[in-house]
Design a binder for this molecule. Sequence first.
Ligand SMILES: *[C@@H]1O[C@H](CO)[C@@H](O)[C@H](O)[C@H]1NC(C)=O
Ligand SMILES: *[C@@H]1O[C@H](CO)[C@@H](O)[C@H](O)[C@H]1NC(C)=O
Ligand SMILES: *[C@@H]1O[C@H](CO)[C@@H](O)[C@H](O)[C@H]1NC(C)=O
Ligand SMILES: *[C@@H]1O[C@H](CO)[C@@H](O)[C@H](O)[C@H]1NC(C)=O
Length: 340
Amino acid sequence: MNLSTFTLFLALIGGASGQYYEDYEYYPIGVYGPSSPNCAPECNCPPSYPTAMYCDDLKLKSVPMVPPGIRYLYLRNNQIDHIDEKAFENVTDLQWLILDHNLLENSKIKGRVFSKLKQLKKLHINYNNLTESVSPLPKSLEDLQLTHNKIRKLGSFEGLVNLTLVQLQHNQLKEEAISAAFRGLKSLEYLDLSFNQIAKLPSGLPVSLLTLYLDNNKISNIPDEYFKRFSGLQYLRLSHNELADSGIPGNSFNVSSLLELDLSYNKLKNIPTVNENLENYYLEVNELEKFDVKSFCKILGPLTYSKIKHLRLDGNRLTHTSLPPDMYECLRVANEITVN
Ligand SMILES: *[C@@H]1O[C@H](CO)[C@@H](O)[C@H](O)[C@H]1NC(C)=O
Ligand SMILES: *[C@@H]1O[C@H](CO)[C@@H](O)[C@H](O)[C@H]1NC(C)=O
Ligand SMILES: *[C@@H]1O[C@H](CO)[C@@H](O)[C@H](O)[C@H]1NC(C)=O
Ligand SMILES: *[C@@H]1O[C@H](CO)[C@@H](O)[C@H](O)[C@H]1NC(C)=O
């Protein structure tokens, strides 16, 4: 397989699975049309969507005047390097605040500027110069995105009862910074900690998680029964880590809620045992030498079979001839098994 078909294949399987929360619903309606009269002069407030103010791509160095009535504020792709304590004094019912691609540092975000926004649901500060998570945050927050910063430290997220989604990928987080921060969150379903510096699985992650991404870190082992606590976990990514067989206790991934497990780009020689409910299993680019049906089906019978649909085994030491003939009695509904 050449590189481009490989990439396409990845894109396809990526698109067919998982939950996607990124880049959705930005109401790009009438951004270049006429503006409502009380809008900040440099920005645009589409009459068809008068509670939104768009101030993207304007080389702004600070937050412009925000008129009362605005609920959705877009300030993407500017050069904003500070936020004054009073920046949002006239829009305390702001619901979405999108600050991606600016130059914000923690020391230049003044006072309790975010926690005063009692209706704030979405706060995005992706691609900035943060070294810590911003705090304090309002209890109304549902979606926090701080990706592509230089975050090493997390403040407490305590009391954020409605926080369901947190994206922290591409930062400099280690496990010690993470363990305490997420304690007590009752609603967190989606947590992306990929592309950080995590060497051990953090303790204290909320049991409510449905999606957990920890790929592209330095994790070499799984504590016994670690994933059992997450009784609803469906999507788990641990690709591009340092996992070897010795770091994976027997039933680590035998979690009945799991639908997708990505262990690609590690150092596995054996296929870790998974639950029969798993549908997508990615094991490409490891050191797999043998295929044991018992990794998927402990016993074979008319009603006991694996729900695997996609299984990737390419980039290992396995070939078609190393696959056992009784494999399909277990992998009965597989429609794609990729081998070298
Ligand atoms: C808030 O509104 C007042 C009164 O219109 C105005 O003087 C002030 O500059 C506004 N503040 C901001 C930060 O826009
Ligand atoms: C912000 O980060 C960018 C990219 O890492 C860097 O070039 C720039 O100097 C930083 N700006 C400040 C004000 O620290
Ligand atoms: C959390 O969400 C519920 C349901 O939308 C809402 O009724 C409640 O007020 C929210 N809590 C906070 C602290 O905003
Ligand atoms: C997974 O664990 C269950 C019990 O929780 C067990 O019945 C099942 O056989 C295990 N699956 C495999 C493939 O070992």
